[in-house]
Design a protein around this ligand. Structure first.
Ligand code: GDP
Ligand code: IMO
Ligand code: MG
Length: 427
């Protein structure tokens, strides 16, 4: 058995939570391998909408083991809130959740530092979710972080206060105002809560599961264009959101990777700062945002909207070795007369490229578009690929041709039922 991977191929919010929930019944384990509470993964079923931040999206399927891997950064305070929210819905995952002892902990001062650094960047700010992601990964790479396994040590408090002292010195240097007493208290309460969960070496757990023939799904967070190495740096997150992150974030060898499901919206969105070549500032952009309810699941910020960007998508498919594509939010385009697809970028020197450049300066890049006719009808109630409107099938065929990878799912609404699968899909 192998680890199948589900990744967002754009700037996040492609609909990963929904699709993990749809695929989960085919798997024994659902795992998170990077990111943290910056993620907001939405699932909808039985008329209820759930947003998960740190907990894997397999939790609503009772027989699945959910794993928070070593590559994740975990905020215990957010974790406690998320578990309590699930309990209030009578979803008890205490038996089915395993947390790596190597997962890094987000401290309250990491969140303060995030805000402090953003403020200091002024106009060049990243537009971080301010969940402490960057500073926590900085401490990890700087070999100064605290890990979940450390909460079982009698030295936890001493280690914690040593880190907080170091962070406070930085905050003072920036003359950043803060209050710590309440958050220290909340942190230690949440740590006590966290102790009641299964904290294990998840690399052994996952590799044993593979030996036992169990099927594993790795759930990406963020999107490939936010990858710290390959994304639109510095306007990225601080982890490897691409397929390689699965190996380092779970302890899985590359030879054990199976299908790579790449998911993308039928258009593009982005939250926060950074280049976005196909961004629309006109009435069409407004319409995409309104019809697609494009507001951040974590911060509520309006998402920037634009047409589908094939150079960016091809790049994401290339670096991830995507084997199957899933197209999300097709229904958002239902009423458009015409759909535009960016096929190439025109550079300032007149050259035309379909590569994702090192330096993307939107003012300097002119997207070249291919136009297709819209389908101008609702997708409500459609269940089979063959029933999709002709113009939508033309859109899908055109993209498959361009991208060289089959599109095996078309999503037609937020509910788990609004998912049209091609027969041959799935490992
Ligand atoms: P994630 O971070 O990749 O899990 O995506 P988010 O949950 O942040 O954002 C995706 C949003 O689109 C959520 O509000 C979903 O409920 C919604 N959604 C997912 N698939 C579809 C779809 O096919 N159509 C529509 N209209 N909404 C969808
Ligand atoms: P999901 O998993 C969309 C963006 C932020 C900011 C940049 C850095 O729901 O797809 P960070 O908080 O990581 O320091 O922010 O990355 N960002 C996301 N955008 N979806 C996400 O997660 C995101 N996580 C981070 O808006 O531009
Ligand atoms: Mg999201």
């Amino acid at each position: 058995m192998a680890v199948d991977v589900l990744l967002g191929l754009q700037w996040g919010d492609e609909g990963k939570g929904k699709i993990v929930d749809v695929l989960a019944p085919n798997y024994h384990l659902v795992t998170r391998f990077q990111g943290g509470p910056n993620a907001g993964h939405t699932l909808e079923f039985d008329g209820i909408k759930h947003v998960l931040h740190q907990i894997p999206s397999g939790v609503f399927r009772s027989d699945i083991v959910n794993v928070i891997g070593n590559g994740v950064v975990l905020n215990p305070i957010v974790f406690k809130k998320e578990i309590e929210a699930l309990l209030s819905l009578k979803v008890d995952i205490s038996e089915n959740l395993k947390i790596s002892n190597r997962t890094q902990l987000i401290l309250p001062t990491h969140c303060l530092l995030d805000a402090c650094y953003e403020e200091a960047k002024g106009e060049n700010k990243i537009g971080s979710t301010l969940k402490g992601i960057g500073p926590t990964y900085q401490d990890k790479i700087g070999r100064m972080g605290l890990r979940v396994g450390d909460i079982l040590s009698p030295e936890l408090e001493a280690k914690y206060h040593k880190i907080v002292k170091r962070h406070s010195q930085i905050l003072d240097y920036y003359q950043f105002e803060y209050q710590l007493e309440e958050s220290n208290k909340l942190f230690f309460e949440a740590v006590e809560f966290l102790k009641s969960f299964d904290i294990v070496d998840t690399a052994y757990l996952i590799n044993q599961a593979l030996l036992d023939g169990r099927k594993i799904l790795a759930e990406g967070a963020q999107g490939s264009l936010l990858d710290v190495d390959f994304g639109s740096y510095p306007f990225v997150t601080s982890s490897n959101t691409m397929v390689a992150g699965v190996c380092s974030g779970l302890g899985v060898p590359p030879s054990q990777l199976g299908e790579v499901y790449g998911i993308f919206k039928a258009y593009c969105t982005r939250v926060g700062s950074g280049p976005f070549p196909t961004e629309l500032f006109d009435e069409i952009g407004e319409r995409l945002r309104a019809v697609g309810h494009e507001f951040g699941a974590t911060t509520g910020r309006p998402r920037r909207c634009g047409w589908l960007d094939l150079p960016a998508l091809k790049y994401a498919i290339m670096i991830n070795g995507v084997t199957q594509l899933f197209m999300m939010k097709a229904d958002v385009l239902n009423e458009f007369d015409e759909i535009q697809i960016c096929t190439h970028y025109k550079l300032p020197d007149g050259r035309v490229t379909e590569q994702f450049p090192f330096h993307i300066d939107e003012d300097q890049i002119t997207p070249i578009y291919h136009n297709l006719k819209g389908w101008k009808q609702s997708l409500e109630g459609l269940a089979q690929f063959e029933e999709l409107p002709r113009e939508l099938l033309t859109y899908v065929d055109y993209l498959q041709q361009e991208l060289g990878v089959p599109i095996n799912v078309v999503s037609t609404g937020p509910d788990r039922e609004q998912t049209i699968l091609r027969d041959q899909i799935l490992a």
